[in-house]
Design a protein around this ligand. Structure first.
Ligand code: ADP
Length: 574
């Protein structure tokens, strides 16, 4: 898999895991919280209603209910909100804790803080409400009268009066510093025996205030009048009594409230944040590991390459980097190895070249030195032949140096070619003619078979140099009476130039080496004939630079054949 694809896959993997994990976390947390909230609501709803109602009932008003709401929210883990019937928020557990108010469920529960009408209460209970005195009640309205045996309407009136009087009494006690401004009991008669005994003045104060409120008593009687047995069935009477009772007390008791429940903000945030933090930590770990893997995968080959480059620059030419996989980094590693290989072989070539040159120059220079020392010591007689020979030796050295320079230029790619379109056959004929005299001198018959029309696009001077080298060699390594043939012909898309001789030939194992520099089959003969050992190397370079090939086939003792193939010029001659 390519490097880019691997990075892409890893990043996608991390991103997908992050999205999946986030979605899973959100879903599971929401589900959990909803379930928990519903369970808590179901479990605690009755208790919350009961406690708040109890508070309202026993205080007769709502100030101070905040503490109850706060305590309930904490113990139940729910968000509690109380609103008045007109929708105004009376208190909110989230706001009480300094948080923004969280959501609540749509359905509200009504908290009615009015005391329930208690049918078990009988006249004559601790608070003697003297109904009818001084306010006279119609006798037929309450049946047999207000005393023992009083009817349900009278008992309801009495209980309402008791509740109102009890609230007044406890506030009086509170003003006197003997009690909290709260009823000790939520059931009629609302005051304990102890309170009645301890604070008779306050009890009387409350009782009197209620008994003297003729307007209220009249209203109560009017409201309770329709709730008479005999006229309605029992259920209707009870409902009628309760409604009248409530209406009668509505001006003195706490107002009914609407209770809303929901998710508790503070606890939930802490609860939510814990698994969310775990999730985030997990994601960070995954991201870190993923990044580390990517970083390692990226940096390791790069690091290896950097180290190898430094070592290469340091002269360690045999340094190579391992190639793993087939991605871009593997390609880069392979390129580096190829470069290192090229640098190393170039270095070796250079070293060999210097060694070859040194070796090549040493023998003739030693000869020259020997003869010059002999001449100066008078050991050797100065003769014309000797000077001619020494002159030839220096000429050979000069030729070697010229060839070397040319080869160096060719190998560096600096040999300039002036390409034109010309007929290779014609060039071959001219070269053949030029070598005819040398061939004749060597007793070798030179034959040229180049019918013409073989157009190539090349540098004619360099091609003449190649043909000249091949012909010189052919004549040089062919004995007296031998035969050299120069042929030029077309072969499909190539121009083929062949130099064939009937000379000494080249041993099979030496044939691949003829194009190596300074290689000679027989150094003694070559030196005698004045060859530099570089001619074929240069010829090979020139031909390959023209997009062609040069090959040799030879049979020792029978002769050699050098074949040059060059691409034909399709527009040549036109
Ligand atoms: P040189 O200047 O010595 O001829 P070349 O590079 O031209 O250098 O040739 C290299 C060697 O190849 C020669 O020394 C010779 O041994 C061998 N060689 C080249 N041409 C022929 C040939 N036609 N027949 C036999 N040997 C040849």
């Amino acid at each position: 898999m390519s490097f880019r694809l691997r990075i892409f896959a890893l990043v996608v993997l991390v991103a997908v895991s992050a999205i999946v994990a986030t979605a899973w976390l959100t879903l599971s947390l929401t589900t959990r919280e909803v379930t928990r909230s519903q369970a808590a609501e179901a479990q605690h709803q009755d208790r919350i209603v009961q406690e708040i109602r109890e508070y309202g009932l026993r205080h007769g008003r709502w100030p101070g209910v905040d503490q109850v709401v706060r305590g309930l929210a904490e113990s139940t883990g729910l968000h509690i909100q109380l609103r008045t019937p007109d929708g105004t928020v009376l208190t909110d557990s989230d706001t009480l804790e300094g948080n923004t108010s969280g959501p609540v469920r749509g359905a509200a529960l009504t908290i009615d803080p009015l005391p329930a009408l208690d049918p078990t209460v009988r006249p004559g209970e601790p608070i003697p409400v003297r109904v009818g005195r001084p306010f006279a009640l119609p006798a037929d309205l309450f049946g047999s009268g207000p005393s023992p045996g009083a009817g349900p309407a009278e008992r309801a009136l009495r209980q309402a009066a008791q509740y109102r009087a009890a609230l007044l009494a406890v506030r009086c006690m509170s003003d006197n510093g003997t009690a909290e401004p709260v009823l000790q009991t939520s059931r009629a008669p609302y005051l304990t025996r102890q309170q009645i005994q301890d604070s008779p003045k306050c009890v009387t104060f409350g009782t009197d205030k209620v008994n003297r409120d003729k307007v209220w008593l009249t209203e109560m009687v009017e409201m309770l009048s329709p709730c008479v047995p005999g006229r309605n069935d029992r259920e209707r009477i009870e409902s009628c009594l309760q409604q009248s009772f409530n209406r009668g007390l509505s001006g003195f008791a706490a107002t009914p409230l609407r209770l809303f429940l929901g998710f508790r903000n503070t606890t939930s945030i802490i609860d939510l944040s814990r698994p969310a933090l775990i999730g985030v930590a997990g994601l960070i770990v995954v991201a870190l590991i993923g990044t580390a893997v990517i970083a390692r995968r990226v940096s390791r080959p790069v690091w290896l390459l950097t180290e190898a480059s430094l070592r290469l620059a340091d002269g360690k030419l045999d340094v190579r980097v391992p190639i793993r996989g087939r991605g871009e980094l593997a390609l880069l590693s392979a390129s580096f190895n190829a470069m290192a290989e090229a640098v190393q072989s170039s270095e070796e070539r250079q070293r060999r070249l210097i060694a070859d040159i040194a070796h090549e120059m040493r023998t003739p220079l030693s000869n020259l030195r020997g003869y010059l020392e002999g001449l100066s010591d008078g050991v050797v007689d100065p003769s014309r032949e000797l000077f001619v020979s020494l002159h030839e030796e220096t000429l050979l050295q000069r030729r070697i140096l010229d060839d070397l320079q040319e080869l160096a230029l060719a190998e560096a790619g600096d040999l300039t070619y002036t390409r034109t379109s010309f007929d290779l056959a014609e060039l071959a004929s001219t070269s053949g003619t030029a070598h005819r005299a040398v061939a004749a001198e060597a007793g070798v018959e030179l034959e040229v078979d180049a019918p013409g029309g073989t157009w190539v696009r090349a540098d004619p001077d360099r091609m003449r140099q190649v043909i000249g080298n091949l012909l010189t060699n052919a004549i040089r390594y062919t004995d007296d009476g031998g035969h050299v043939t120069l042929t030029v012909r077309r072969d499909k898309f190539e121009a083929v130039l062949i130099v064939r001789d009937t000379g000494v030939g080249i041993a099979l194992e030496d044939q691949p080496r003829v194009f190596d520099r300074f290689w000679r089959a027989d150094p003694a003969r070559q030196r005698a004939t004045g060859g530099s050992g570089l001619g074929l190397t240069i010829a090979h370079r020139i031909v390959t630079d023209h997009g062609g090939r040069i090959e040799v086939t030879s049979t020792p003792g029978s002769g050699s054949t050098f074949t040059v193939r060059l691409p034909l010029d399709p527009w040549g001659g036109s």
